[in-house]
Design a protein around this ligand. Structure first.
Ligand code: BDP
Length: 658
């Protein structure tokens, strides 16, 4: 089996198929669709048709068998490109074989995206570091741009188009104002020109204080005339260069970023000023609701408290972008109660594809099941758009870990259609990413993927525990972490609240009452310790160590078993992977095998650290049928990993002072 470096992702398409393909005209987009099919399609002749159709949204498409041909139809060229990739996906996942529904003479399939904006957010800095990136440097080589264009830009666009992603924010939400300078806009244009034929629009994160920093205005007050004029001119300049520019993403008054509140204005006033500047060009503002201050209020409540009163005040081209959970991309969070609460404001969910809190690119954590949990409670009808924080960098395999590619893939597929199952998406990805795996191996690998996120939850933060990560890097455990002078809501004890009585954050009506932000029925269910789903138990309740769980164990024992089962699950993944060796090329086999070794070691590290530390409070023995700790708490407390790619001066400073 030829070694593979993973650079082809799920697009390991055959070449030289010489299919017969016709299109109504030649255009940059149609030429790509035609050439992809000519190269790789092994079936009947294909005809591409651009036509309006009541059942098709602009990017929707229909694939139909007609008089011995396969007809792809869509109102737009981009829709046809998606249709071409979909047809190839059917072929590559074995769904075009004789006897399949596809082979029937009247076969017909219609696809429409559930969200019209399906956007990747890159947290890429202009110096090419990637905040929370674990796959090398930023793909965007700003120094070389616009003159030198890496071949990877187009490969990147193609990969996204193949899964229906239609926009990308190029730079970090902690945005450098420099991105809006004339020189950088030329670089952005060069990328936009490459992405355009693939149906990908470019958006930028902007720093709210840009007028002050770039052009020495005395204020960035959104109601100031000079400031308004500055943004209008800037937007005009952008659209002159990039006519289909998508709009701005803004992180304002959050974690030290400037924003309208610095000038006594609201988030709505800030967002609307930008929205007015973008409106004539049909541009949008994605305004993030990731705000929290070191106030007394429970951090989980703060975004709601700040944004809910602004409902109805935003312009129609503003979308408020809300992280899926109320805290911050934890391995498991309940959904953010802002969804559903903002009846008069378009909202979009922000998922994190990069595994900041799920083992970086060392751990297998297939995230489709996590996103499906969200979709179960927040259906697409209430959302117009969706964003995922990218896990992509200059690594040869793009994502650092072969299985992390599955998260990029799953994000695209679910953004297109959230009703797809995690299982089907895993199956599609496996079939396209590896050689034919054989039924048994294929289903064991699929099961491994489907179990993997729950395994991470188990060995890191079971039963609703959250944010007990080490300071700064968010990789390993540090439930004991104390940093003199640090914000309490940046410390694990703020979240786990372990004491002699029990563990967990009381968010019931007796505690912070965060439950009250949910619709009544859910508030009731979550707020009552006996009806609260156990996976959220310690998120919503401070629970006595001796509390009886549904399976009859006490809380402490259950916690021990959950940590232990996480470790055992990873050991099982190792076995499953090793047994798949003969189906996998050597290069990727070894890469995943060594990552699994790290994951298994990390799982034990997490289990020992959390159990030994929490045992100091519970005072109870670790059940004797559980594997004994192999570390001592003292040794674990001495582990300090360096923080990389994180540009938060206070964190770095505090870290240096420890
Ligand atoms: C946190 C990350 C931080 C981001 C921030 C955000 O730790 O690096 O800047 O979210 O989303 O998860 O703005």
């Amino acid at each position: 089996m030829a070694a593979e470096d993973g650079s082809h992702l799920w697009l390991r398409l055959p070449a030289g198929a010489q299919a017969q393909v016709s299109a109504p005209r030649s255009s940059p987009t149609l030429d790509i669709a035609v050439s992809e099919l000519q190269q790789a399609w092994k079936g009947a002749p294909v005809q591409l048709i651009v036509k309006k159709d009541k059942q098709l949204q602009p990017e929707g498409f229909r694939i139909q068998r007609k008089d011995g041909r396969i007809v792809l139809a869509s109102p737009t060229e981009t829709g046809l490109l998606y249709a071409a990739y979909h047809l190839l996906r059917l072929q590559e996942t074995g769904r075009c074989t004789t006897g399949s529904p596809f082979s029937a003479p009247d076969f017909q399939l219609t696809e429409n995206p559930a969200y019209s904006l399906r956007i990747l957010n890159h947290w890429d800095n202009l110096n090419r570091t990637v905040e929370r990136g674990y796959a090398g440097q930023s793909l965007w080589n700003w120094e070389e741009l616009p003159d030198t264009l890496s071949g990877r830009y187009e490969a990147y666009a193609r990969a996204n188009a193949s899964i229906g992603i239609n926009g990308k924010v190029l730079n970090n939400v902690n945005a450098s104002p420099k991105i809006l300078s004339a020189g950088y806009l030329q670089k952005v244009k060069a990328l936009a020109d490459i992405f355009r034929p693939y149906g990908l629009r470019v958006y930028l994160s902007v720093n709210f204080a840009s007028p002050m920093i770039l052009d020495s205005l005395s204020t960035a007050d959104p109601l100031d005339k000079e400031v308004i004029r500055w943004w209008k001119n800037k937007v005009k300049e952008i659209y002159r260069i990039i006519p289909d520019f998508g709009g701005f993403l803004v992180k304002a008054n959050s974690e030290g970023q400037p924003g309208p509140c610095d000038f006594g204005r609201t988030h709505a006033e800030g967002a609307n000023m930008l929205a007015d500047a973008l409106k004539p060009y049909k541009g949008i503002v994605m305004w993030r609701a990731f705000v929290y201050s070191p106030s007394d209020a429970d951090r989980a409540k703060q975004a709601y408290l700040e944004f809910k009163p602004l409902d109805g005040q935003f312009r129609s081209n503003v979308i408020v972008q809300v992280k899926n959970g109320p805290i911050d991309f934890q391995p498991r969070e309940p959904y953010s109660p802002l969804f559903g609460a903002m009846q008069h404001t378009p909202l979009m969910a922000e998922f994190q594809v990069t595994q900041e809190y799920l083992g970086h690119s060392n751990h297998i954590a297939y995230l489709a099941p996590m996103w499906k949990e969200f979709f179960e409670l927040v259906p697409p009808a209430s959302l117009k758009a969706i964003a995922g924080v990218a896990n992509i960098g200059t690594d040869t395999n793009w994502c650092g870990h072969t299985f992390a590619q599955a998260n990029w893939y799953a994000f695209g597929r679910l953004a297109w259609q959230p009703s797809l199952s995690s299982e089907d998406i895993a199956g599609e990805w496996l079939a396209q990413t590896f050689q034919p795996l054989g039924n048994e191996t294929g289903s064991r690998l699929k099961k491994m993927m489907l179990d993997s996120r729950e395994a991470v939850v188990n060995y890191m933060m079971p039963l609703g525990l959250h944010h007990i990560f080490a300071w700064g890097h968010h990789y390993g455990p540090e439930p004991w972490c104390i940093i003199p002078g640090a914000r309490p809501d940046w410390l694990p004890s703020y979240y786990h609240r372990a004491d002699k009585q029990g563990i967990g954050f009381d968010r019931s009506s007796k505690g912070s009452n965060a439950v009250a932000q949910y619709p009544e029925a859910l508030a009731k269910q979550y707020g009552n310790i006996d009806t609260c789903p156990e996976e959220y138990l310690l998120w919503f309740h401070h629970v006595p160590w001796t509390y009886r769980m549904k399976n009859g164990r006490n809380l402490w024992d259950e916690l021990c078993y959950r940590y232990d089962s996480g470790v055992r699950q990873v050991r099982e993944f190792q076995k499953v992977w090793d047994a798949a060796e003969k189906y996998i090329d050597a290069e990727r086999f070894r890469e995943v095998q060594s990552h699994l070794r790290i994951q298994a070691r990390d799982a034990v590290w997490w289990k020992d650290a959390c159990l030994l530390y929490f045992q100091k409070f519970s005072g109870m023995p670790i059940p004797y049928d559980i594997e004994r700790p192999v570390h001592s708490l003292k040794d674990l407390q001495e582990v300090h990993l360096p923080i990389s790619n994180f540009e938060c001066p206070t964190e770095e400073l505090l870290n240096r002072n420890r």
